[in-house]
Design a protein around this ligand. Structure first.
Ligand code: AHR
Length: 662
């Protein structure tokens, strides 16, 4: 052992100190937590989820369909389908061919595949969404539509194959009749693979038409047939979110008006939902994904159902007649806005209307006669300027006239300050807007420096929905951004400021939510997944800590009579949960030294044992990953409380939640 190291260790041993003391521990600071008075009610919607189909979050992600382009509706209609052949003389080419037959224009499901089989060696392969994830022993539900034409085709064989071509599971399905019929089968996988594919071959020769070739894991969220990916919904549900905002994001607006999100095309029978190219497919040159489409298998009914499953308020956001202003900025003239406004009114009927109403009946026919109890609706996503305000007014008047109790979410544009923001806020305040959506994608420093953002907001103006935010480790939308501890800790610090202002800030959500590790366009994202696994980032665990300890009543926490808002790198907020009779104290220490704290609790009698949930790392670049999915996640411990006084040491670079049982 080197002499210097030996000396240090000896010193440590003799002093009985921890290494942190030697690295410079700060003096103890005394805080006062006033538990006697509820300063404001914390809204149950305080911490929620923002969902957008970006990064393959829906098709290829949450929506568990494993076959890409199952009904041959992509612009290049054989995208995702392979007929292995090296040249025109290959065995496959000599054994058969497939052609997409188009039966119409601009409608749902107009294409099908005509397969001509000349010999037993013809195969057709679907590559899935960057492969298909299959697990040993798991079962997969196959369905497809087929109509047998001329010839002797009597059977289709479906095989799950791995990248080496080995068969992991298979099923054969007898075919008969020239009418379209739905067929089904089950494949059980004998192995685990993240990049399996589905291979189809035929018995006999001749012609067979195929459509809606679909494969789902049987083990979906709540066991629903053709449902959602269980591990991903579980991560969301574990947050206990207060609301679910859907379907975006810029996807609401579209790069052009024609490609905006139209909710009516996403409900009813799945096969009748019209495909749409995903607006994120070629948005970024650094991450082109031309094979990114929306099947809308995860459509508005499924979003409402998901919100209901999680006990979250549904918050749909609709186009206000403006295409994305970062793209074309196309505008619907004010006198042609009616169909857009009608979409909003009809959506409220779809969600809440009696089953005797036209849209209530659609909901009932989809299996949900009870209303979804919609309370909020968003008008536009990230619009700005007078064009937005003019359109917002039209929507506001029409919605309020028909549904005075529905809360309308309006937007303040893409930035948290500057010309667009100032103008939007001023106008919306003047118009008496109820709830304004703010977006901020800023540096970690910005988050730490802006924890006081809401302290001086006008309390007579609109309530605030921090609808999209995330600290960017490099720059906004840079492909090099990481979900590292620096970003998560900075968000944790900032969120104390949201919580301290819970009388004003009533909804908050991190964005974007999810990313496929092989098919993303935007980073950072809260949850990462591949075809087999998923993990929450450090940012996810920060969000979860807040959401799981949202409380019902805001308390004050002060130092020397002043709110703690980041002075000397210490941030804090405190809430009480009246139902659970618990107090949650959240503290973020963004400093490089541990911080000893004495917290005096006034106006309540907590039990002697306090649960401590700690996220800490001096490696600010640290990240979670598929191999270390919980590296940055809360560690649980306890600390004793004596005579209403809590003496603790908050580690350096740490976010800690103290749970006090009353
Ligand atoms: O979250 C990604 C994008 O960022 C959203 O779609 C948009 O609203 C914002 O610009």
């Amino acid at each position: 052992m080197r002499p210097l190291l030996t000396a240090c260790l000896l010193l440590l041993f003799l002093s009985g100190c921890s290494p942190r003391v030697l690295t410079g521990q700060s003096d103890a600071r005394t805080l006062e937590l006033n538990a006697a008075t509820s300063v404001a009610a914390i809204q149950p919607t305080m911490y929620g989820i923002f969902f957008e189909d970006i990064n393959f979050a829906a098709d290829g992600g949450l929506y568990a369909e494993m076959v890409k382009n199952r009904s041959f509706e992509f612009t290049l209609p054989k995208t995702g389908w392979l007929e292995p052949q090296t040249d025109q003389f290959s065995l496959n080419a000599r054994s058969g061919k497939s052609d997409v037959i188009k039966t119409g224009q601009d409608q749902a499901n107009v294409n099908f595949l005509r397969v001509t089989v000349k010999g037993p060696d013809y195969v057709l392969i679907n590559e899935g969404f960057r492969g298909m994830g299959v697990k040993v022993g798991a079962e997969y539900d196959l369905t497809f539509d087929a109509a047998v034409g001329d010839g002797s085709i009597s059977e289709a064989r479906f095989e799950l194959i791995d990248t080496a071509g080995s068969v992991l599971g298979a099923t054969s399905v007898k075919l008969s009749g020239s009418d379209w019929k739905e067929y089904s089968g089950t494949l059980k996988s004998g192995g685990t693979a993240a990049k399996a594919r589905l291979r189809i071959s035929f018995q006999g020769t001749g012609v067979v038409d195929l459509d809606m070739i679909s494969l789902f894991p049987r083990d979906t969220w709540k066991g629903r047939k053709k449902g959602l990916r269980k591990d991903l919904v579980q991560l969301l549900d574990d947050m206990d979110p207060g609301f679910l905002r859907f379907p975006g994001g810029c996807i609401v607006e579209g790069r052009t008006l024609a490609r905006r999100y139209q909710w009516k095309k996403t409900v009813g029978p799945v096969a009748e939902r019209e495909y749409l190219v995903n607006r994120w497919n070629t948005e970024f040159n650094h991450r082109p994904t031309p094979d990114y489409y929306q099947s809308f298998g995860l459509g508005f009914f499924e979003y409402f159902q998901l919100a209901e499953d999680m006990g979250a308020e549904p918050l749909p956001i609709l186009s206000c007649g403006m295409a994305c202003q970062f793209n074309t900025g196309e505008l619907v003239p004010l006198d042609e806005l009616d169909p857009y406004v009608q979409d909003a009114l009809d959506l409220i009927e779809f969600a809440n209307g009696d089953v005797s109403t036209p849209w209530g009946k659609v909901r009932r026919d989809m299996g949900h006669p009870e209303p979804f109890n919609l309370k909020y609706i968003g008008v536009g996503n990230e619009q700005w300027g007078p064009e937005y305000i003019e359109r917002y007014k039209v929507f506001n008047d029409a919605i309020k006239e028909a549904y005075p109790d529905i809360v309308i979410v309006s937007g303040s544009g893409p930035f948290p300050d500057g010309e667009f923001f100032e103008y939007g806020m001023e106008q919306l305040t003047a118009l008496g807007a109820e709830l304004v959506d703010e977006h901020y994608y800023r540096s970690p420093e910005w988050f730490r420096e802006n924890a006081t953002r809401y302290d001086n907001y006008d309390r007579s103006g609109p309530k605030i929905f921090a609808g999209e935010y995330a600290a960017q480790s490099v720059a906004i939308a840079s492909p090099d951004n990481k979900n590292n501890w620096n970003t998560a800790l900075s968000e944790a610090a900032y969120m104390t400021g949201m919580e301290r202002n819970a009388d004003l800030v009533v909804m908050t959500s991190y964005a974007p939510l999810m990313a496929h590790a092989d098919a993303w366009q935007w980073t950072p994202d809260m949850i990462w997944f591949n075809n087999l696994e998923s993990y929450g980032t450090a940012n996810y665990y920060v969000q979860k800590l807040y959401a799981n300890h949202a409380g019902t009543d805001l308390l004050t926490i002060t130092e020397g009579g002043q709110p703690l808002t980041g002075q000397r790198e210490l941030y804090a907020s405190a809430v009480k949960d009246a139902g659970k009779n618990e107090i949650y104290l959240k503290v973020a220490n963004t400093g490089t030294s541990p911080q000893r704290l004495t917290i005096n609790i006034k106006g309540a009698k907590p039990g002697a044992t306090v649960t401590v949930l700690t996220m800490a790392s001096d490696d600010l670049e640290a990240v979670n990953s598929f191999t270390a999915p919980t590296k940055l996640s809360p560690a649980e411990s306890t600390v004793a409380l004596q005579r209403n006084q809590l003496d603790v040491e908050v580690p350096s670079h740490a976010f800690v939640v103290y749970k006090l049982k009353l």
